[in-house]
Structure formats: structure tokens, C-alpha cells
Design a protein around this ligand. Structure first.
Ligand code: SF4
Length: 687
């Protein structure tokens, strides 16, 4: 009826889960979500996955934080915004006055919008005066970004998701794409099945994409760099490198070729455990393919050598001339909806928005003029370094929004201890997370459906989201809260809408020069870099790579074995990852009833060989112990894993899997080596 129609509201939004960046209409009546209708999303068209379609009930969950909380004794009491914000500003100000700006740290979120991330780094840099600002992509994708910085210049996918279908060969490394990036995986599955695309998957686990692949490589953990380099060497030695491309576009070939000397096929077979014939077959497939793109995720990045392996991927792409055309290039798959944007908009200790260095005087001057303040001149601390600095007594206060760092960072016990040592800790979130337990003040934020702004997906696509609901209770959008704190610290900010923030970012960062809210209206999108006239770049490298001479660079590497190693006691290797139905620490998906009931329990996957060997079967309880912690869980025997390798979903409503993971990190970016955890398994009697 007409009445019903009037009350039904249709609003365009962007998915708040993974980095594919699906967008769709959300139909609501009052605070009820009636349906999700994908129609013309740039990334997904008419598709979504289970999370995008059914994963929204958390927005109205009774657990939502609706009032500011202030610590009192062992618990918290509700407070007014005035009181809470005054306290935050006063305490941050006091710490800065007593110990200097670098005694404070700021941690932002890949769940928050680009505008909110921009304001967080501006608060740190321009208002407080420190470059100690980072975001949670430190836990996943920083090594991929690093590998691309070294070789091709921009930290972003080199093409669009739709280009992947045009590729002759897709190589997926360390990515459970079907479960972690479902809608993107569908594109690959279709191209493989219908258009004869070759699919090669390298993963220690036999997940769905591995089962579908033409060749599944199962390298030993932490050895991807070795087989990638051996294949590059084989291609060069057999005269099949794309020399014209290299001559025109890439520096340092001789140095690179020399660095490959140790990487013979025999050596690679020995180190990786992959038969030599298989490696040669893969190399021949790559040589024969007119175009290849490589997709990778946390199975590559969350290792001590995560940056180096990401670099090796890009080296191989350069060797084979697989850049600068649709269907070629590097596709690091971003985990959260806005992993890309949180870094793009400057929440990194060494970079302003658009990856311009804070140590570059010319750039800094531009920002000093734009913001009307003097800025700190040296790089700040990343998340990981901040935690160490708290233990060392150097960082005394942290303001963190939109992430459950206790459950997400590696070595939860060490991180929790750091939070306990802080003089002052502000956590801003939509739920009372594990991290909130350590806070002095908890500020209630609003999720994406309750605010406006933009997200940037894995393919560098900037998309607008529109407000569906009013903020629940007294919660507020993060950008408004950051602004309130900045003002109380003396800044004269006056942003009335996220569009004002984007306008400022575009005026200061050349990468976003032509980004405006008008150009992003409705379902319109822009893929950065965006020129002043609004021209964007679906294909990232067309006329130049992002270095001064316009050329890419080979980056010579050596292989360093994994840091945390198995021994007689810790004799099994634990891997971890995502499940289709759940998302990360589970703060959102565990509050979606339909999703939670389907997949309630923690389990550990055990290979049939190991199960037989130890005399255990599905359902039996075990204690999994690492050098850092212990978790009790049930066994699931499956051939998705092989040999002495265990796998555990990282999602859990109780003890996070990261109680087991240690303090080893990627050598360059400090991303925790979550995927390198030796453990032992004690079988408990049936009960
Ligand atoms: Fe959301 Fe990712 Fe699923 Fe798309 S594929 S609906 S972006 S979780």
C-alpha cells in the first residue's frame, strides 16, 4: 500500500566486511532491515556473499554501546559525553605536557571511513604533534604494500577485479579466496570453468580454490619466496624473460639475475617440498600464458619474510612482463572493507595521505601550510612498536578506535600487559570488546549504516556510503568524536559533513586531487589516483610506474627461513585463517544470530595421517600449546590439511587464536608472523 511504501526507505551502502567492496541497496523500515538488494555495484553487480546479505543484525544488537563509559574501580560507570570528552582531552593533554607528544599513540581502523582515518592522523600529527599513528592493516597487508613500494611504487592492486577474468593464468598464493573474498572468487571460478583460464594455487591447505585449481602447490610453511624465485630464475635461464619489457620499463635486472643464483630448481624442491617436475610445469605454464595476475593474502604476508615474499611475487611479474595490461599484475587482497583506505588516507607512521613521506620536506611544508602548524619531522611508531614502547615506559597514552587490538594482535598476553601499563587508554568502538576491558574511557561509536563517508576497496575503488539509521542511543560517528577531541585540545576544526574532510584531503594529496562527493554520488566510483579533472585509473600502471624515472625496479632478495621453528617438543605447525561465515575477532558476526548458530564452535583441523598416528578422531578434545599460550579445543579430522600441519579458524567468541601466536614479525613492516606457530597437541580423554 501507499502507506507501506512511504515508510520503506532504500539507501545505497557499501559492505562493511571484506575488501571486495560490494555495494547494494539496503531496504529498511524504521530500524528494521527488510532486505539487501545488489543491483549495480561496480565490484559485485548483482552478487553478494552470506556476510553482505545476512550480516547486518549486529547494528541493532542490545550489546551496542550507547553511552560513554568511565572506569571506576574494577568496573565502569556511564557518563555524559561532556564529562567523557573533557576527561579524554585533559588526560591526553597532561601526558603530552609531561612527556612530550611522542608519549602518545593513535591507532585507527580499517572498519572506519576514509574521512575518519584522515582525521585520526591529522589529530595525531597536527593537533598532538606526533607521527605515532597506524592502523590495523599492520596485522595483515602491510608486507604486500611494502613489496609493491619496492618494485612498482604504489601500494595497491594493479588492475580492477573485473580484469582478473581476462587473465590467461591466475596464480593464487596463501589466500583462501572462496571464503575470505567470496564475490571475487566467484569471478575467478567462472573464468576458470567457462573460459579455460588456468588456475594455479599455492597453499599449505587444500581449501576450495586449491581443489578447483589445475595445479595445487603445497609448499612447506614460509618457503614461498624460494619457489617463486626458482621459477623466475628458470624463466630467465631458458631465455624466456620478457627482455623488451624489462629493457624499457625495469631497472636493476643484472643485480636481480645475480641474486637468483642460489635459487636452482633442485634447491627449491628440497626447501619447499614441492617436486621439481611440478615446479618446472608451473614455470612452463607461466611462460606459455599471454597474461598472468597474482592474487595473494595473509598466507604470504603473515610471516617473518612477508614483505620479501610479496616482493618476490612482483619480481616474477616484472620478469614475465606481466604489468601494464588488463589481466596482469599484482592483486594483494585486502581483508577488511577499508584496509586500503585506512593506509591511503595517512594512518601510517611514515606517510601522509597518498603515501607521501613525512620525512620529505617539500611534502611536509605543503601540509604545514595547509594545516597551519609545524609538524613532526621524523617517522613515528607503528602499532607493534607502540606496544613495545609501552613496555619500555615511553608511550603512556593511546587513543584507539574501531579495532579489538587485544584479540587481533599477535601474542595477546603481551599486548594485554601493555594496555594495563598505560597511564591513559581511550577505546572507541560499537561493542564492548576485549580491548575495552583495559580502557579508562570507552566511547560509543556508530557503524557504517549510521553515518556517511567513503570506503576504498581492494581495487582502489572509492565508494560512498549513505546514512541508513540515526546513531543508536547516544553513539556518534567516529569522525564527530575525533573532531570533539581535537577541538578540546585547541584545534579550530569545523567539519560539518565528511564531504568537507574529503575536500581537504583532495586539496593536499595529489593522489586524490579530483575526488569529490559529487563524482561519487550514488553508485558512481573512482579508482585512485584521481587527476584534478576527475580522470581515474582502473588500470594502475599505464604510462609509468610510480618512481621518479617512471620505471619499475627489480628488488634482489635472499631467503631467510621462518623464525619460530618446530623442535622435538613443539612438533606441529599451526596455521590459522578465516571462515566464510565469520569475520575476524567475531565482534560483529558473533552478534548475528543466524550466522553464529550455523558455526558455533572452535575447532582445530587435523590431517588423517596425524589423526591415525595419534589415535584421535573428530570431536575429541585436545590442548594446543605453543611457546606463548594454550587453547583447549575439539578436533576435526580433514584432508584439507596434511602431515603435521594444524589449522584453526581465527574467529572465536572465547579465547582468541592469537593467545598462541608469538612476537615474531615481518622483518620490514612488523606484521606479526601469525602463520608461523609451532605447537604441541595433548589429547584429552573422551568425556
Ligand atoms: Fe561483503 Fe566481501 Fe561478501 Fe562482498 S564478498 S558481500 S564485500 S563480505
Amino acid at each position: 500500500s501507499a502507506m507501506r511504501k512511504v515508510r520503506t526507505k532504500i539507501t545505497k551502502t557499501v559492505c562493511t566486511y571484506c575488501g571486495v567492496g560490494c555495494s547494494y541497496d539496503i531496504w529498511t523500515r524504521d530500524r528494521h532491515i527488510l532486505k539487501i538488494e545488489p543491483s549495480e555495484g561496480a565490484a559485485n553487480n548483482i552478487s553478494t556473499c552470506v556476510k553482505g546479505k545476512f550480516g547486518w543484525d549486529f547494528v541493532n544488537h542490545p550489546d551496542r554501546l550507547q553511552k560513554p563509559l568511565i572506569r571506576e574501580g574494577d568496573g565502569f560507570r556511564e557518563a555524559s559525553w561532556e564529562e567523557a570528552l573533557d576527561m579524554v582531552a585533559r588526560r591526553l593533554g597532561e601526558i603530552r605536557a609531561a612527556h612530550g607528544p611522542d608519549a602518545l599513540g593513535f591507532i585507527s581502523s580499517s572498519k572506519c571511513t576514509n574521512e575518519e582515518n584522515y582525521l585520526m592522523q591529522k589529530l595525531a600529527r597536527a593537533v598532538v604533534g606526533t607521527n605515532n599513528v597506524d592502523n590495523c592493516s599492520r596485522y595483515c597487508q602491510s608486507p604486500a604494500t611494502q613489496g609493491l613500494f619496492r618494485t612498482v611504487g604504489y601500494g595497491g592492486d594493479s588492475g580492477s577485479i573485473s580484469d582478473i577474468a581476462q587473465s590467461s593464468l591466475v596464480l593464487i598464493i596463501g589466500s583462501n579466496t572462496a571464503e575470505s573474498h567470496p564475490v571475487l572468487a566467484t569471478r575467478v571460478k567462472r573464468a576458470h570453468k567457462l573460459h579455460g583460464q588456468t588456475l594455479i594455487v599455492a597453499d599449505i591447505r587444500e581449501h576450495e580454490m586449491a581443489r578447483r585449481s589445475d595445479i595445487h602447490l603445497r609448499p612447506l610453511p614460509g618457503t614461498d619466496l624460494v619457489w617463486l624465485s626458482a621459477i623466475a630464475k628458470y624463466i630467465i635461464d631458458n631465455g624466456k624473460a620478457k627482455t623488451d619489457f624489462i629493457h624499457q620499463w625495469v631497472n636493476k635486472f643484472d643485480e636481480y639475475r645475480k641474486s637468483l643464483e642460489p635459487f636452482t630448481m633442485d634447491h627449491a624442491a628440497q626447501v619447499t617440498g614441492i617436486p621439481k617436475e611440478t615446479l618446472i610445469k608451473v614455470a612452463e605454464e607461466i611462460i606459455a600464458a599471454p597474461s598472468m595476475c597474482v592474487l595473494w593474502a595473509m598466507g604470504v604476508t603473515q610471516h617473518c619474510g612477508g614483505s620479501d615474499t610479496s616482493t618476490a611475487i612482483s619480481n616474477l611479474l616484472l620478469t614475465t612482463g606481466n604489468y601494464m595490461r588488463p589481466g596482469t599484475g599484482a592483486y594483494p587482497l585486502r581483508g577488511h572493507n577499508n584496509v586500503q583506505g585506512a593506509s591511503d588516507f595517512g594512518c601510517m607512521p611514515a606517510y601522509f595521505a597518498g603515501y607521501e613521506k613525512v620525512v620529505d620536506e617539500e611534502v611536509r611544508k605543503r601540509y604545514e601550510q595547509g594545516w597551519g602548524v609545524d609538524l613532526p619531522t621524523s617517522k613515528g611508531l607503528d602499532n607493534h612498536e607502540m606496544v613495545d614502547a609501552v613496555h619500555e615506559g615511553k608511550v603512556k597514552g593511546i587513543y584507539l578506535f574501531g579495532e579489538d587490538m587485544y584479540s587481533a594482535d599477535s601474542n595477546a598476553n603481551y599486548v594485554g600487559a601493555a594496555f594495563s601499563m598505560l597511564d591513559f587508554f581511550v577505546v572507541q568502538d560499537i561493542f564492548f570488546s576485549e580491548t575495552c576491558r583495559y580502557a579508562d574511557v570507552v566511547l560509543p561509536a556508530s557503524p557504517s549504516l549510521e553515518k556517511e563517508g567513503t570506503f576504498t576497496s581492494t581495487e582502489r575503488r572509492i565508494q560512498r556510503l549513505y546514512q541508513v539509521f540515526e546513531p543508536l542511543g547516544e553513539s556518534k560517528p567516529d569522525w564527530k568524536i575525533v573532531q570533539e577531541i581535537a577541538r578540546r585540545l585547541g584545534a579550530k576544526w569545523n567539519y560539518t559533513h565528511p564531504a568537507d574532510v574529503m575536500h581537504e584531503a583532495a586539496s593536499l594529496s595529489p593522489m586524490f586531487a579530483g575526488v569529490t562527493y559529487d563524482r561519487l554520488a550514488g553508485y558512481k566510483t573512482l579508482q585512485w589516483p584521481v587527476a584534478l579533472d576527475g580522470t581515474d585509473q582502473p588500470l594502475l600502471y599505464t604510462e609509468r610506474f610510480n618512481f621518479h624515472d617512471g620505471k619499475a625496479n627489480f628488488y634482489p632478495l635472499e631467503w631467510i627461513p621462518p623464525c619460530d621453528v618446530m623442535d622435538a617438543e613443539f612438533d606441529l605447525h599451526l596455521n590459522n585463517g578465516r571462515m566464510l561465515e565469520h569475520f575476524h575477532e567475531g565482534n560483529m558476526t558473533y552478534r548475528v544470530a543466524g550466522v553464529h548458530e550455523e558455526t558455533p564452535n572452535r575447532f582445530v583441523e587435523v590431517s588423517p595421517e596425524l589423526a591415525e598416528n595419534r589415535g584421535i578422531s573428530t570431536g575429541q578434545w585436545v590442548d594446543i600449546t605453543s611457546r606463548h599460550g594454550e587453547i583447549r579445543t575439539q578436533v576435526l579430522v580433514t584432508d584439507r590439511v596434511s602431515g603435521n600441519q594444524l589449522y584453526m579458524p581465527l574467529n572465536s567468541p572465547e579465547k582468541p587464536a592469537n593467545l598462541l601466536t608469538g612476537s615474531f614479525t615481518d622483518r620490514t613492516t612488523h606484521t606479526p608472523a601469525y602463520k608461523e606457530t609451532p605447537v604441541k597437541m595433548k589429547v584429552l580423554p573422551w568425556r
